[in-house]
Design a protein around this ligand. Structure first.
Ligand code: H2U
Ligand code: ZN
Length: 353
């Protein structure tokens, strides 16, 4: 059943069934004038190799280790790892104050030796080794007895606090499931117990039938703006066949996922004709050896930009203290992303003079 026209024009709230919470949607509010903060837009052209970059091939890192002369991707243990594997088993409990040791492994993955590239500029074939590196890391770390959950992610752009423009991502493997994963495991398990089917497979089937929040699809993956999206141009990548973890991808899935990552990041760059910032990451089943048929591998993209390269969305006030809120509807955001060209704006032929 299509959504009632009333909800398209008036304030309402939408359930996020993955997290089990709500987002407030205010479609009537998009005309609000903006006199607030504009972000500086980083437009510096980057060199192919930066002698001062700690991620470029052959360079020294901050702790004195030297990167090899790598030609494709390169993974290393984070020199300032947030989680250490030798954290021990200590536990403290005093009423409401509870603490316990948390252990893990943090790695950095350079996507390319080229300092000046981003996923949006690497092309599908160039992204295949990046997906393969995420898969290899997730497989290796997920097989460890002291790891229960593996997060593979990319934090892109100065506005997101990314420390270096060199294309890179991270993998954090931890003894405990992090908060977001605990919530997603619980909601997917509850759906599976009730319906006998994975929640996100049911969700994608419905979205493909409706079409209005689909941005694009290829043979193995679909990209959509979730019905419950919080960030203005938030998207998810979902597999069309049952996949529970990066470990389950075959060669065809890897190629299709690389193509989807390429197309999405190009569309994002085209949205405001800027190198588009975001935090993205893959969510996958717990690495506890159980089959977890309830789980569907997926990627979330959380971009901060709202209406231009220089105006970002702030999650403050009611959103920090109450619930997140959005103005542009998920349907309108999907429509805008869908209408954009799939060719990068920097590759489009300049108009004849
Ligand atoms: P971000 O750009 O998302 O901050 O990630 C860069 C990571 O690289 C960060 O976690 C690590 C930082 O700890 N790093 C090293 O491991 N070695 C270095 O020489 C510098 C940065
Ligand atoms: Zn570099």
């Amino acid at each position: 059943m299509p959504m009632s026209p009333d909800l398209r024009e008036t304030s309402h709230r939408r359930l996020n069934p993955l997290r089990g919470d709500w987002v407030v949607v205010s479609p009537h509010r998009t005309q609000r004038p903006w006199q607030g903060r504009r972000e500086a837009v980083a437009t510096d052209a980057q060199p192919r190799h930066d002698p001062g970059c700690y991620l470029c091939a052959g360079n020294l890192r901050a702790n004195g280790a030297r990167n090899p002369d790598y030609r494709s991707t390169f993974a290393f243990d984070n020199d300032f790892a947030a989680l250490k594997s030798d954290a021990g088993d200590a536990r403290f409990e005093d009423g409401l104050m509870v603490a316990e040791a948390e252990s893990g492994v943090c790695r950095v993955i350079c996507f390319s030796p080229r300092h000046d590239l981003t996923l949006a500029r690497m092309g599908p074939a160039g992204i295949v080794p990046v997906v393969e590196a995420f898969v290899a890391q997730a497989r290796e770390l997920g097989a460890r007895a002291d790891v229960r959950s593996v997060q593979a992610f990319e934090n892109r752009g100065e506005i997101m606090g990314c420390s270096n423009p060199h294309p890179h991502g991270q993998v954090w493997a931890s003894r405990h499931e992090p908060n977001e994963l605990v919530a997603e495991t619980a909601s997917q398990a509850a759906h599976f117990a009730r319906h006998g089917r994975p929640m996100l497979a049911d969700y994608l089937a419905r979205e493909l039938a409706l079409g209005e929040r689909i941005v694009f699809e290829n043979e193995c993956f679909a990209c959509l703006v979730p019905f419950w999206a919080t960030w203005p141009f938030e998207t998810m990548l979902l597999p069309k066949r049952p996949l529970g973890a990066l470990d389950d991808l075959d060669a065809g899935d890897v190629a299709a996922l690389a193509a989807a990552l390429s197309e999405l990041t190009i569309r994002y760059d085209n949205l405001f004709e800027t190198s588009f910032p975001y935090s993205m990451g893959f969510h996958q089943r717990p690495a506890d050896g159980a089959p977890h048929p309830e789980w569907t591998l997926h990627a979330h993209f959380y971009p901060p930009l709202l209406r231009s390269a220089s105006v970002k969305k702030f999650m403050v006030g009611f959103e920090m203290l109450g619930s997140p809120q959005r103005d542009i509807t998920p349907e309108a955001a999907a429509g805008r992303l869908r209408a954009l060209p799939a060719t990068h704006y920097l590759d489009r032929a300049a108009p004849a003079p």
